[in-house]
Design a protein around this ligand. Sequence first.
Ligand code: HEC
Length: 164
Amino acid sequence: MRDDRLAKALETVAPCRYFWLFGAACCVTATLIVSAATARAEEPRTAYWLHCAGCHLLDGRGAPPEVPTLIDTPGRIAALPGGRQYLMQIPGVALAGLDNERLAAVLNFMLEEFSANSLAQDFQPYSASEVGEHRLQVLQDPLKRRAEIFAGPGFEPESQAGGH
Ligand code: HEC
C-alpha cells in the first residue's frame, strides 16, 4: 500500500522534473540567443578594434598628421561631393580583411561612434553592395583626393568618377 502510494507520487513528480529540465534548457537557449545577439551588435566595434584601431587608436584619435583622426572629420567628409566614395576607397579601409557587409558596418560604426556631432541628419548608412562596388577602386593617392574633396564647391568629383 505504502509502495503503491510512493509509486503514484513518483509518477506525478517525474513529468514535473522533465518540465523543469525543459524550462532550464529553454533558459540556457534564451541566454545563448541573447548573448549571440549582443555579440552581433558588438561586432563592428570588435572589427574596428582589430582592423583599424592599431593605427587610428581605440578612441579614433589617430596620430595626426601621419594617421588622421576619425573624430568628426569623416562625418563632414561624408557630406561633401565625392566624400562618401572617398571613405570607402582609402587603402586602410578598402583593403581591410573584412567582407563588404562587415566593412559597411565598420564604416557606419566609425561615423556613428566618432562623428555623431558632424554627421548629416539625412546620412544614409553604407550598404554592403555599395561598399562592394566602390572599394575596388582603391585610391592610389588618398591625400591628393582628400585635398580635392576639401577644395570647395567648384570641385565636381562625379564627372571624374566615370559617371556613376
Ligand atoms: C596601417 C595603419 C592603418 C590602418 C590599419 C587603417 N588606417 Fe585609416 N588611415 C591610415 C592613414 C595613414 C591614413 C591617411 C591616408 C593614407 O595614407 O592612406 C588613413 C586614412 C583614413 C581615413 C580618412 C580620414 C580623413 O580625414 O581623410 C579614414 C576615414 C580611415 N583611415 C578609416 C579607417 C578604418 C575604418 C580602418 C579600418 C577598417 C582603417 N582606417 C585602418 C592608416 C590606417
